[in-house]
Design a protein around this ligand. Structure first.
Ligand SMILES: C[S@@+](CC[C@H](N)C(=O)[O-])C[C@H]1O[C@@H](n2cnc3c(N)ncnc32)[C@H](O)[C@@H]1O
Length: 270
């Protein structure tokens, strides 16, 4: 059965506001891998589990057409509202049933999403829609993020405690992220594939944006739906703790979030 933890309209608007685009290094690695495997022109890309489209819009300059799909109507509604590119369309549909023809797609991407899919069905769908030598690229940031502000080492400690509290609301599929997509990588039926780990990217954001980002986590959303008052207090207390460590009063103060990423790349044989 599909996992639908991203259906709420409020959750989708948090997504639109607080999720950031995939790191530039990862974008570059994907486009250059595709270039090695399949000569230009690159016509069609699909970003599955696209959420509100941050991971879709980055593809627009590289393809004639881009499709973003997501199982959540609320996420797709937000994706359509955001200013975009004329060559992108969005569709509310599952990653296991992409509304595109056989052997029609140059690149399939999934950002922080593949672990939610039915992997067996998704990989069959990938094989159906990819052109020969077309590529699949999926990636995610991993747990154990670090938060940096000046030399305040307690910032990351607070973040680790946040992750520990949220862990009790974790869906079982999140284990794929904790194991850096090892099982999903092994299930890809192509020999031409690679899994890159330990890629650290540093993202500057305000403390308010960090607090908003935490609220996009599926674990936090589960916490909020089960114990709304406790979850809201938890967010307030967390922000307060960060402010005290930083010795500032404004949540517009910038911090650096260090993310550890995994990237899987694969190419369909001829
Ligand atoms: C963590 S979000 C990532 C969104 C976006 N790619 C990003 O990077 O911000 C995961 C998304 O996967 C979607 N999703 C979950 N299961 C899905 C499925 N079977 N097919 C398509 N989308 C799915 C959710 O609705 C959610 O929007």
């Amino acid at each position: 059965m599909a996992t639908q933890l991203f259906e709420g309209k409020e959750h989708a608007s948090y997504y639109q506001k607080y999720r950031f685009s995939p790191p530039q290094d990862i974008q570059d690695m994907i486009i250059s891998y595709l270039g090695e495997k399949l000569p230009k022109p690159h016509v069609l890309a699909v970003d599955v589990g696209c959420g509100t489209g941050q991971s879709t819009r980055i593809l627009a300059p590289h393809f004639e057409r881009v499709l973003g799909t997501d199982i959540s109507e609320a996420q797709i509604e937000e994706a359509k509202k955001a200013a975009g590119f004329s060559n992108i369309t969005f569709s509310a549909s599952p990653a296991e049933e992409v509304p595109l023809g056989d052997a029609s797609v140059d690149l399939i991407t999934a950002c922080a999403a593949v672990h939610w899919f039915n992997i067996e069905k998704f990989l069959k769908e990938v094989d159906r829609i990819l052109k020969p030598h077309g590529c699949l690229a999926f990636f995610s940031y991993l747990p154990s993020m670090e938060v940096h502000y000046k030399n305040r080492t307690e910032m990351s400690k607070v973040f680790t405690e946040v992750e520990d509290v949220l862990a009790q609301y974790k869906h079982e599929k999140v284990h794929h992220v904790q194991t850096a997509y090892k099982e999903i990588y092994e299930a890809i039926p192509y020999t031409d594939k690679k899994r890159l780990v330990d890629m650290v990217t540093k993202i500057p954001m305000t403390l308010a944006e960090l607090i908003g980002f935490i609220q996009t986590f599926s674990m936090f959303q589960t916490f909020l739906s089960r114990e709304p008052e406790k979850a809201k207090d938890f967010i307030k207390t967390t922000e307060q703790r960060f402010l005290e460590i930083m010795e500032v009063s404004s949540n517009e103060t910038k911090v650096d979030v260090w993310l550890n990423n995994v990237l899987v790349l694969a190419s369909k044989p001829k």
